[in-house]
Design a protein around this ligand. Structure first.
Ligand SMILES: Cc1cc2nc3c(=O)[nH]c(=O)nc-3n(C[C@H](O)[C@H](O)[C@H](O)COP(=O)(O)OP(=O)(O)OC[C@H]3O[C@@H](n4cnc5c(N)ncnc54)[C@H](O)[C@@H]3O)c2cc1C
Length: 439
């Protein structure tokens, strides 16, 4: 395809139109001083559609939509969506404990449809800088004052599986499509987070003719641990904590992310309850003794083709490292997570950007620190958990983060919400002589 030059100069161009950049697109919408364009390589909007298993729900509060926590009267709020669709009373009366994931996806799609600055079917190839940003896509060349990178994540499997993926061994991101016909088979699910739990629950919940013969669930953690979604823990997912975290020493930040991983990556309590109740019924009331095997505290060390064309999954007990056993399976589902998508589009400016341990170093406005002009910025979403904590890679703070970015672009600064009840850091003593100066 021949690329054309777009004559419009933009205030901000977004690479990717997932929730992160859609939040920014919504907050900037209608601001005539800042024309925007948000591009996504997908032909049309989807949101983890390959993983939209029945009855799955969001793991964050329903208030944490694209805009509400930063701009509650914004036209792209979840409430506006419900109202526009005429189903606001029904949603309330349904008394969902958590937002159905499919409904959140449909809300995002509605946002895309109403924002003409969000364009699908256009892939960004590169971002360069020559007094202004020059963005090459597979269709055109566009220029902008700012670029917002929201490229999301890519599925990840351990090296033992990387060359083996196909129809009988796949990442959980394809579970809807590839796990359709598993009746009578032996399936091995690897991964003890929410995605692994959902895949396991889906398989053991199928009606008899469609149900696998056996489902093994392997997890490295020593048990199937829940997400901690309690009040004080959720204060980690407030703007003030993100700012506090950013000022800590690197070693402390790393330790906190490791210590607090279950505040973000654990399994929803409702999913765990459902799994437990389902396996109780299978074992004690229906006599399906052999349907499942639960193997936490195990690590997959190798995968080989078995003699019958099946898979032999070698696992190591993490508390008895010398002991290896095998799980035989016809199909393996890797629920082993996602990693930040490589930001290859930034290659033309790569040597101008600062880095910190594999992440682009960002300032308070999520702008990458670089040697270019201070009013020309590359913002990054969901790409700095080592600098901003675990909240940086989930939906909790997307509205606030986008607000920070929007304010930087506009050159304004509004007040944040009140601080947490918790005092995260000891406040330094201010000497009496200085008190007046500090107010
Ligand atoms: C199944 C699932 C459920 C989740 N549920 C929750 C939850 O309940 N709560 C929570 O807090 N978090 C959740 N997350 C984690 C996280 O919030 C989501 O992954 C979220 O979608 C991240 O948003 P994003 O915009 O950063 O990235 P994405 O949603 O991945 O969007 C990135 C977009 O960038 C596009 N793109 C990439 N490269 C280019 C390019 N070169 N040119 C143009 N477009 C490009 C991609 O096509 C994609 O559409 C979930 C993740 C998964 C996988």
């Amino acid at each position: 395809m021949r690329r054309i030059k777009d004559d419009q100069h933009y205030g901000c161009i977004g690479v990717g139109a997932g929730p992160a950049n859609l939040s920014l697109a919504s907050l900037l919408y209608g601001d005539t001083a800042i024309p925007t364009l948000f591009l996504d390589q997908k032909q049309f909007f989807t949101w983890h559609d390959g993983q939209q298993l029945p009855d799955t729900t969001l793991q964050v509060s329903m208030f944490k939509d694209l805009v509400s926590l930063a701009d509650p009267i914004n036209q792209f709020s979840f409430l506006s969506y419900l109202h526009d669709q005429g189903k606001i009373y029904h949603f309330i009366n349904a008394q969902f404990d958590a937002m159905p994931r499919r409904e959140y996806r449909n809300y995002l799609n509605w946002v895309c449809e109403r924002n003409e600055n969000v364009v699908f079917g256009e892939r960004v190839l590169s971002v360069d800088f020559d007094k202004t940003f020059v963005v090459e896509t597979d269709r055109r060349t566009v220029t902008a004052d700012n670029v917002s990178i929201g490229m999301g994540t890519s599925p990840w499997v351990p090296p033992v599986a990387m060359d083996l993926l196909g129809d009988d061994q796949f990442h959980v991101c394809d579970v809807v499509e590839k796990a359709r016909s598993l009746g009578g088979k032996r399936v091995c699910v690897v991964g003890g987070g929410q995605s692994g739990a959902e895949a396991f629950l889906d398989l053991i919940s199928r009606p008899p003719g469609e149900r696998p013969r056996r489902v093994s669930w392997i997890a490295r953690r020593r048990n199937y641990f829940p997400i901690d979604d309690t009040p004080f823990t959720n204060d980690f997912y407030m703007p003030g904590y993100s700012d506090h975290f950013a000022l800590l020493d690197k070693a402390i930040r790393q330790k906190l992310n490791a210590d607090h991983v279950l505040t973000s990556d654990g399994i929803s309590g409702s999913t765990l309850r459902e799994i437990y109740q389902r396996i109780y019924i299978h074992r004690f009331t229906e006599g399906n003794e052999d349907l499942f095997s639960l193997l936490p505290g195990r690590e997959v060390t190798n995968v080989r083709r078995g003699t019958a064309g099946d898979w032999s999954v070698e696992i190591r007990d993490i508390d008895h490292p010398g002991v290896a056993t095998n799980v035989e399976a016809d199909v393996i589902i890797w629920a082993t997570g996602f990693r930040p998508a490589p930001m290859t589009v930034l290659e033309p400016v790569a040597d101008r950007l600062q880095r910190e341990d594999g992440e682009l170093r960002i300032d308070k406005s999520f702008a990458v620190q670089w040697d270019g002009p201070a009013d020309r910025n590359i913002f990054v979403h969901n790409a700095a958990p080592q600098q901003r904590g675990l909240a940086d890679r989930n939906l909790s703070l997307i509205a606030w983060r986008s607000q920070r970015i929007a304010e930087r672009i506009r050159g304004v600064r509004k007040d944040d919400q009140l601080d947490s009840f918790i005092e995260w850091a000891a406040k330094p003593e201010v000497p009496e002589t200085m008190r007046e100066m500090h107010g």
